[in-house]
Design a protein around this ligand. Structure first.
Ligand SMILES: [Fe+2]
Ligand SMILES: [Fe+2]
Length: 303
């Protein structure tokens, strides 16, 4: 007699977790040891490629000096890092809530704790990088920080892991480009290399949670998941650049924010960064009514 579907789902997710646990045991980093925090920051290196700065291609950009462009890039890189670690803290909450509710001895539960440990080190690493760069740890805007408290209350299952995937895969795409660019600060490149390596496991785990989770839901629950993931994903991409960064180069934050949100080049960058994850979420049945307004506002689907 074959096992009931739910038992098979449970068994499969442990197979994935077991594989990921083996990979974690083989390859993990300690940023306190694997990064030379005392190395000087070369003055001729930049923090992000120019074409990834939110104002690139705007009139404001044309009026900026080369020094201001580099400075804005540095502040945006640090905004993304400090918002990224805030995402990681929200993810850790989700993983710990799931761990709290299940058998702690299973491979899936063990991997959830391993991922929390990875994210703990990443958050320390990003915070330390921002501090070393001498930039304010902007984090998300206050309104969004408050909304974040609701994340682990309103989202679970596919929407929770799917929106985490949006954050992880969008950042991964940007980090891969920077890790291979010799014009980028060596500190930034090393941080990105460590993050890329360890995030690959998180992406496998979350993709598995999404696919399995959706297969177990009815139509009404699926619609709820589609709404939540679209709203949270829009918040994820909109929060990456805290408008305060513009003040660092003498631009009014509201003016800079408006210019970035109206910048077709910036929209295209977000679409490009989401190019890997969006087809997966679509195939999983997470992109559709009633979330389409939020997806369109996110720029992840393109203009
Ligand atoms: Fe991370
Ligand atoms: Fe992660």
């Amino acid at each position: 007699m074959s096992a009931p579907t739910t038992d098979r789902h449970a068994a499969d997710r442990h197979v994935t977790a077991e594989r990921l646990l083996k990979s974690s045991a083989k390859k993990s980093y300690d940023p306190a040891v694997d990064i030379d925090w005392d190395a000087p920051l070369p003055a001729d290196k930049i923090w992000v490629p120019e074409h990834r700065v939110s104002l690139y291609g705007t009139e404001l950009w044309d009026r900026m000096t080369p020094e201001q462009r580099v400075e804005l890039g540095k502040h945006e890189a640090c905004s993304v890092a400090s918002v990224g670690l805030w995402f990681e803290v929200l993810l850790m909450q989700r993983l710990l809530k799931d761990f709290y509710a299940e058998d702690p001895t299973t491979p899936r539960a063990q991997f959830a704790l391993t991922e929390v440990a990875d994210e703990c080190r990443h958050s320390q690493m990003f915070a330390r990088m921002v501090h070393t760069a001498g930039v304010e740890p902007y984090g998300p805007q206050e309104r969004i920080r408050q909304l974040g408290k609701l994340f682990s209350v309103i989202s679970w299952g596919p929407a929770a892991y799917g929106s985490i995937l949006v954050a992880e895969e969008v950042l991964d795409r940007l980090q891969r480009e920077q890790a291979n660019d010799e014009n980028i600060q060596p500190l930034m490149r090393q941080v990105n290399k460590i993050h890329i390596m360890e995030e690959a496991r998180h992406v496998s785990f979350a993709r598995d949670e999404v696919t399995r989770g959706m297969a177990q839901l009815g139509p009404a629950e699926k619609a709820y998941q589609r709404f939540v993931i679209a709203y949270v994903s829009m918040m994820v991409v909109r929060s990456l650049i805290n408008p305060k960064v513009y003040a660092a180069v003498g631009i009014d934050p509201a003016v800079g924010r408006r210019a970035a949100l109206g910048n077709p080049h910036h929209h295209e960058m977000i679409r490009w960064a989401g190019e890997k994850i969006m087809p997966f979420l679509d195939e999983a049945g997470l992109v559709g009514h009633p979330g389409m307004t939020w997806w369109r506002r996110s720029f992840l689907l393109g203009d």
